[in-house]
Design a protein around this ligand. Structure first.
Ligand code: ZN
Length: 213
């Protein structure tokens, strides 16, 4: 086990590279061959502390109601090109990270509450959240125009206020080919993730497929 105590932008990009190689290897070669591609980050465990209301556990339960409309969340990520509008780095939807966990449970730990000591740091570093531009607590609505893509870790660095215009204007690169690994999601499902949580992965992969077509 390798303990990870903090995350910077470079880590997000490194994780995105490793997971891209891994997902590609699953699709092209198979799960056992792909574990070699995952080795650079295998067994890491998040042991850091994050200091906002979106922390896991009881703080999360006390936080304002989270966005329930999952299709709307997916629309936000697709519109933003699966990039964090705070740091500009690549994002990978949580369901796809869960699929990688399902294929490599001993190498990439997952905990639904993102609890330190129980989860691989890729979830904090890469999973996007649909965050309100005008905070929900200030009357911001759950609509596409008021939502923006932030890495879970970047969301914890932002105060409960407006995302500044400069952050919102971060270059989205819809033509750079990055798709959040959605095109490889079906391969991860048929390689075995679909046997672990069939309904969950079927729902999320169809949702992205519909939005990306
Ligand atoms: Zn970010």
């Amino acid at each position: 086990m390798i303990e990870v105590l903090s995350l910077g932008g470079m880590e997000s990009e490194r994780y995105a590279d490793v997971l891209s190689n891994t997902a590609r290897a699953v699709a092209d070669e198979g799960v056992s061959e792909a574990s070699a591609a995952l080795q650079p980050i295998a067994g890491e465990i998040w042991m850091g502390r994050l200091t906002t209301a979106s922390r896991a556990g009881e703080e999360r339960a006390a936080a304002p109601p989270r966005l329930r409309n999952e299709t709307l969340r997916a629309q936000v990520f697709v519109r933003d090109g699966f990039r964090c509008t705070s740091c500009g780095g690549r994002a990978v939807p949580r369901s796809i990270l869960v699929a990688i966990h399902d294929l490599f449970p001993d190498l990439v730990a997952y905990d639904v509450h993102y609890t330190r000591g129980k989860i691989h740091p890729v979830f904090w570093a890469l999973a996007p959240e649909a965050d309100h531009v005008l905070a929900h607590s200030r009357g911001g609505a759950n609509v596409l125009d008021n939502l923006t893509t932030l890495h879970a870790v970047c969301n914890t660095r932002k105060s409960d206020s407006l995302v500044s215009d400069s952050l919102r204007a971060a270059p989205s690169s819809p033509n750079d080919g990055w798709d959040g690994l959605t095109s490889l999601y079906p391969a991860l499902i048929s390689a075995g993730a679909g046997e672990v949580r069939p309904g969950y992965h079927r729902t999320w992969s169809r949702r992205y497929e519909a939005l990306m077509s």
